[in-house]
Design a protein around this ligand. Structure first.
Ligand SMILES: Cc1ncc(COP(=O)(O)O)c(C=O)c1O
Length: 313
């Protein structure tokens, strides 16, 4: 007799999504103001971007735009690259990534470990330079690539509309009052925000962004000085944009590691810092259920130790 286990899957990609909500109880300013965090580092590729990558690939296959003779190519600040690499390897597609030369060593090496080709763009031009380079490669090689373009692809926010937003509504039993998240491609905030607004127009959607073009919040984008993503359509979805300083975000990342045992990346620190500001503003006597999102774990920003075994004993 075949034994079926509820926790067995046919492929790693089926483990994407369905992440837990974790309460940040020690950070709550007073009883009645709850802060919860969506633990996106629990995705198998280690970040929130697994959701968008899988949705873009699946929708590309369904539309006939992605076939097995093509290479998936995109620009990425790192986590999307890891996600494409994992999804591509699991589903049988080649992957090439363009990334600024100065993204963390760990992220470059993780993507390469899946067999992905890494192409470097100028570190002086940041993520916009990577976008320009990938567009040029695609234009020069017609038919070679499938270019999902996470900044313009509706499947990116759709992943969060179908997954993240529905999950948060269900996990809070419809009690969520605020959703606070950082913005990079803006897929997370647009898709989750749209879904939550459909459930209840009263849910407040807060987009946290770096307060300066030069910042230390990898994964997040300072929109006033950037190419604005086509999927960023905040009207009716985003109630508030909240500029966040690097120091406050980094300090908050340290605080949640020390006080909650959650060692997360700096964009998660920014999102939680935003949630804390919102929590402190809740008027006396009112209740709130604030949900934020932790895109990845802090150890993604360390250099892996894998090659130590090459040293002579
Ligand atoms: C670490 C990290 N945080 C936040 C984000 C932002 O998410 P989104 O692109 O959905 O706006 C990203 C996206 O690349 C990321 O890598």
């Amino acid at each position: 007799m075949k034994v079926l286990r509820a926790d067995s899957r046919e492929s790693i990609v089926e483990l994407i999504g369905g992440t837990p909500l974790v309460r940040l109880g020690k950070l709550e300013p007073r009883p009645g103001v709850e802060i919860w965090a969506k633990a996106e580092f629990c995705n198998p590729g280690g970040s929130v971007k697994d959701r968008a990558a899988l949705q873009m690939v699946r929708d590309g296959v369904a539309a006939g735009a992605l076939t097995t003779d093509k290479t998936i190519i995109d620009s990425t600040s790192g986590n999307t690259g890891v996600a494409y690499s994992m999804v591509g390897a699991a589903l049988g597609y080649r992957v090439a990534l363009v990334m600024p030369a100065n993204v963390s060593a760990a992220r470059k090496q993780i993507s390469a470990s899946y067999g992905t080709e890494i192409i470097f763009s100028s570190e002086l031009e940041g993520s916009d330079g990577a976008i320009r380079m990938v567009r040029q490669l695609v234009a020069e090689n017609p038919g070679k690539y499938f270019y999902p373009d996470q900044y313009s692809n509706d499947s990116n926010p759709r992943a969060h509309y179908l997954g993240t937003g529905r999950e948060i509504w269900e996990q809070t039993g419809g009690r969520v009052t605020h959703f606070v998240a950082g913005i990079g491609t803006t897929g997370t905030i647009m898709g989750t925000g749209r879904r939550l607004k459909e459930y209840s127009a009263r849910v407040q959607i807060v987009a946290v962004e770096p307060d300066d073009a030069l910042h230390g919040l990898e994964g997040l984008k300072h929109l006033p000085s950037s190419l604005v993503p086509a999927i960023w359509q905040p009207d009716g979805i985003v109630d508030r944009r909240m500029p966040m300083g690097t120091d406050e975000a980094w300090d908050t990342a340290d605080q949640i590691a020390h006080e909650e045992g959650l060692f997360v990346g700096h964009s998660a620190g920014a999102a939680v810092a935003g949630a804390l500001r919102v929590a402190r503003e809740v008027p006396e006597g009112e209740r709130a259920c604030i949900v934020t999102l932790l895109p990845d774990r802090g150890d993604r920003y360390f250099t892996p130790l894998r090659w130590e075994k090459l040293y002579e004993w």
